[in-house]
Design a protein around this ligand. Sequence first.
Ligand code: PMP
Length: 285
Amino acid sequence: MSLKIYINGKLYDKEDAKVSVYDHGLLYGDGVFEGMRIYGGKVFRLAEHLERLWNSAKAIWLEIPMTPEALAEAVNQTMQVNGIRDGYVRLVVTRGAGTLGLDPNKCSDPQVIVIADTITLYPREYYEQGLHIVTVSTIRNHPAALSPRIKSLNYLNNILAKIEGLQAGCVEALMLNQKGEVSECTGDNIFLVRKGELLTPSVDAGVLEGITRSVVLELARELKIPVREIPLTKHDVYIADECFLTGSAAEIVPVTKVDSRKIGDGLPGPITRRLLKRFHEVTRQ
Ligand code: PMP
């Protein structure tokens, strides 16, 4: 049976789920999206994802043509009709079809798309041995130009960094901001541990306010691990005792090498492992 995709109130077979070539989502990357996880038949932190989607839309003057409650219902319906109990949901809202010019006022019909599918996870080995990443030359979008807090359909900044990472043989890549500080990876937030303290760049460093990032901050408080959101440099990464990344798809993945330098003793560290264990308990309960 073909996967059913939700578009503006209707379910279509995957092959028939289409949008116009005049959609500004396609022509200009004009739109917003979310990526969420389904655990045990339930979308993890759905309310937070919807809030971020609405905030992203507001920032680009895009009015989502339905209520968050109705979209939550659409997400649950799409997930159930496809019988997905553990997987991934992609929410997309495009500006809709318009003219070939930029003017979004000429776009009439934003497309609200829900794709519920299975997910290809990182191999187990990454969680056991840790990921190796590199710092890339692509600077994260300047927050005063296009805020990284907007999860927009224009992901070229991240894609260019991803390509650099892949060319260096790494599936994730660390991006610095316009000040040369650590921002985030192409699709994940970054955390360090130093002398028992959890460190992560603040949102001001120009990063997406990751939902997994906020869950990790909550778990750290619960586990009485001190946390600081502060500016960090590559040097801080190199001398960290531990490093890990967070994201809806990656969850919490340890990093054991950055720019060929071993992080800590080169194995996933104790605080990373504690947070990972607690994260599994929270998501798989
Ligand atoms: N940063 C970027 C650039 C992202 O695209 C993502 C989501 N893939 C994240 C961080 C992690 O965010 P979340 O935990 O909400 O998935």
